[in-house]
Write a protein that binds this ligand. Sequence first.
Ligand code: SF4
Length: 290
Amino acid sequence: MTRFITAKTILGGSASRVDPWFGTSYTINLYRGCSHGCIYCDSRSTCYQIDNFDDIQVKQNSIELLHKELRSKKVRATIGFGSMNDCYMPIEKQLQLTRKALEIVHIHRFPIHIITKGTLVTRDIDLIKKISQVYAAISITITTADDSLSQLIEPNAPLPSERFSAIKTLSDNGIYCGITLMPVLPFINDTKENIEQLIIKAKESGARYMIGGFGLTLREGNREYFYRQLDKQFPELKQRYINTFGDRYNCHTQQSDRIFNFFKQKCQQLDIDTKVLFYNNTINRQTSLF
Ligand code: SF4
């Protein structure tokens, strides 16, 4: 079910704080809830107070708010799309809120970092190219190279093979793009073979970087949902999680140092960065791309 709501503000965060993983300072969420159905989603946590997370609420006044709020910002800092939901989930095809927001961002000349599993991002290549004159990074999240495993853990998102094709299209269009490999779920996609396959496919697709997160977070709300899905898809695993992690928030992949070292070495071998270049230190380089 889709509902239309009126938001009070649209940009979160502050120019004085930079996210160490993604280089973002502001965040924008044009929707509440997400329809991709990932079993590990942190945005389901009770602390965010989003009822019926799979039903989408559309912030109908978001574009006017964005225009107004960007006009009042004194510092141009990177806006992150995709912190609490996926800005290219299927409803975006019809509503085009993300596209309209990108138009406003372009008018105000702000830098962006989009994190998505939605292949619909390629629709907006024309705008992303323009924003890249300031700075744009597009990260597509891919957690497994195996389409059938993805259907168990990210049931409504485009298949990994389709996401790799989207990376290739972005890259062929000269857009700075890479892969967020997160979360790496203990006992599910944390194998060396999976990581290696992902890195090889990333290289073939033209990804410039991979950001790896070797574990997941579990807390009230998303833990219960995750365990219910484990019971359906991987019946033996819930007890293993409980025995290994108890009620811990950070649930690291077993031998995460070893896997992380393997990840770093393999990326280095194939000339893929393990960090995304941030706006401040890339502006000249980004400008020179076009
Ligand atoms: S795409 Fe992101 S926000 Fe949407 S369900 Fe998956 S993890 Fe959650």
